[in-house]
Design a protein around this ligand. Structure first.
Ligand code: ZN
Length: 209
C-alpha cells in the first residue's frame, strides 16, 4: 500500500493517509482546541491507528495484495547517475536505476569530470566547498527577485515568514530598515537588501498580497 505520515507546525496535529487498490484510510490525531500534542508525531500518533484500521478493512473488503498501480507499459529500467539523474558517463562514481519512458533517452551526465563535480548554477549554493569565480559576488538566494507571496488568512502570522538567504553572512534590510533573516510577510511591494562586512550588497524586489 501507499502510506504517508505528516505532522503540522508546532505539533498541533498529525496525519497518516494511505490506500490499497480497494480502500483509502485517513487518520487525523489532534486536540479540537488546537492545543499542542505531547510526545506525538505521525509515526506514534496516527500511524498505529491507521495500521489497525486498514488491516481490519483489508480483512473485511479483501484485496491489498497486488501492486497499487499498474506499471505503464512504456517504462523501462534505465541506469542513471545517482547525483545528476542523467545517463551515466564513464566518470560517474555511483549509478542507480530508475523507471523511465523507453523513448526518453536522457542526456549523458555533464556534472562529473574526473574527481571534479561541476554543478549547474542553480545548485551551486547548496555545496559550500564548490568555489567558483561567482562566489566573489554577493547574491541573494532567497527570495528570488520579482517573486510574489500570498498571505494565508487561515494561518498565524508567525508561520508566514520568509527565510532570507544569501551566498554569504550578511545583514538584512527590508525597505531600508534592519531586519532579522526571518522576516514576517507584510502586504505591499518591498525591496530586500543584503549587505556583508565588506560592503558588498545585493537587492531584490518582491510583492506580498
Ligand atoms: Zn554523473
Amino acid at each position: 500500500m501507499a502510506v504517508k505520515t505528516g505532522t503540522s507546525q508546532a505539533y498541533r496535529d498529525n496525519w497518516t493517509i494511505g490506500y490499497t487498490r480497494e480502500i483509502a484510510v485517513g487518520v487525523w490525531v489532534g486536540n479540537f482546541d488546537r492545543s499542542e500534542l505531547r510526545n506525538s508525531s505521525g509515526i506514534t500518533g496516527a500511524a498505529p491507528i491507521f495500521h489497525d484500521v486498514i488491516l481490519a478493512a483489508v480483512k473485511r473488503v479483501g484485496g491489498g495484495r497486488g501492486p497499487i498501480v499498474d506499471r505503464p507499459a512504456d517504462l523501462e529500467l534505465q541506469p542513471i547517475c545517482a547525483l545528476s539523474g542523467h545517463r551515466p558517463s564513464t566518470e560517474c562514481p555511483a549509478i542507480e536505476s530508475e523507471w523511465l519512458p523507453a523513448s526518453d533517452r536522457v542526456a549523458f551526465c555533464s556534472w562529473h569530470h574526473g574527481e571534479r563535480v561541476e554543478l549547474p548554477a542553480e545548485y551551486r549554493a547548496w555545496e559550500p566547498h564548490v568555489r567558483t569565480a561567482e562566489a566573489a559576488v554577493l547574491h541573494i538566494l532567497n527570495p528570488p527577485d520579482g517573486s510574489t507571496y500570498w498571505i494565508d488568512p487561515t494561518l498565524h502570522a508567525e508561520f508566514q515568514a520568509l527565510q532570507l538567504k544569501a551566498t554569504d553572512r550578511v545583514t538584512w534590510m527590508v525597505d531600508g530598515r534592519h531586519t532579522e533573516a526571518e522576516w514576517s510577510l507584510r502586504g505591499g511591494k518591498h525591496t530586500i537588501t543584503a549587505v556583508d562586512g565588506e560592503g558588498r550588497r545585493d537587492s531584490v524586489t518582491i510583492t506580498v498580497r
